[in-house]
Design a protein around this ligand. Structure first.
Ligand SMILES: [Zn+2]
Length: 118
C-alpha cells in the first residue's frame, strides 16, 4: 500500500477523534497492508476512560502488526508533529512493533527567512 493512501486513512481517522488532541493509529502488516485503524478517545472524567490511539488500535487488531503509523491533526485538519508517549512506546517496543509518525509536510510551511545557500 502506498504511503499516500495510508496517510489519507490516518488523517481521516484522526478527524474522527472526539478528543481535543486528535490522533489516529494505523496497523500495517509485514506485507504492507492496512490491518485496521483507530483514533484516540477522550477522558470523560478525571478517573480516565480515555485511551491513546496506539492502545485503542492494539485492543482492536491485536499485536500482530509489523508497523504502527501514528498521526495527529490540528483543528484545521493539518498534520501536527506527534510522538508516542513513554507508556505506549514501552508497550509497543515490548511487542516488537515499529512506530512511525506521520510528519507535517515541509512544503506546508512558508518560512519567512528560509536560509539560502549562495
Ligand atoms: Zn500513549
Amino acid at each position: 500500500m502506498k504511503d499516500k493512501a495510508i496517510k489519507k486513512i490516518a488523517m481521516r481517522k484522526a478527524g474522527q477523534s472526539t478528543s481535543k488532541i486528535r490522533v489516529s493509529a494505523i496497523a500495517i502488516s509485514k506485507a504492507g497492508n492496512v490491518l485496521g485503524s483507530a483514533s484516540n478517545r477522550p477522558r470523560f472524567n478525571r478517573f480516565g476512560g480515555g485511551m491513546h490511539a496506539e492502545m485503542a488500535l492494539l485492543q482492536k487488531v491485536g499485536p500482530g502488526m509489523a508497523t504502527m503509523i501514528i498521526c495527529r491533526i490540528g483543528r484545521g485538519g493539518a498534520i501536527l508533529p506527534i510522538e508516542p508517549c513513554k507508556s505506549c512506546r514501552k508497550t509497543l517496543d515490548k511487542l516488537g512493533i515499529r512506530v512511525v509518525s506521520i510528519q507535517p509536510e515541509a512544503d506546508n510551511e512558508t518560512p519567512a527567512d528560509s536560509p539560502q545557500d549562495s
